[in-house]
Design a protein around this ligand. Sequence first.
Ligand code: RP5
Length: 159
Amino acid sequence: MTVKVGIIMGSQSDWPTMREAAAILDELGVGYETRIVSAHRTPDRLWEYGKTAVGRGLKVIIAGAGGAAHLPGMMASKTRLPVIGVPVQTKALSGVDSLYSIVQMPKGYPVATMAIGGAANAGLMAAAILALSDPDLAVRLDGWRDALSASIPEEPADG
Ligand code: RP5
């Protein structure tokens, strides 16, 4: 399967959150790769990843990080690909630190910021972007959404 989405994260400890993005892309049949790329611990890896992303055929990057979460913003500064940011929940500040670090980008370098821990929605957002130019994926995404709607009961149940 052609790799179209890069799922990157600042640490191994982000994977339990970020794997939800991968799971959605698996369900929708979208090719992706996963990498640990830290803005602070591996800045050269970040630079290289951003510099080569377009040329390698990636279309969207999902970037998750926690705390001083500079990875999504730095990646957005290095590539014109759409970057979807996932604030990872933290112990000290519950992920509000991650959210604020990711969402407050200066004009010119946007990051499409999800909710704290919102990796599944990041996968869906990446799929929606790709579906604009992939009719087969669009059909699969519509089907996924229909199935979700159909799973919601009309009335609440006791217990
Ligand atoms: C960030 O620091 C990572 O994105 C992670 O969310 C957080 C903690 O990393 P570890 O100390 O668990 O490696 O860079």
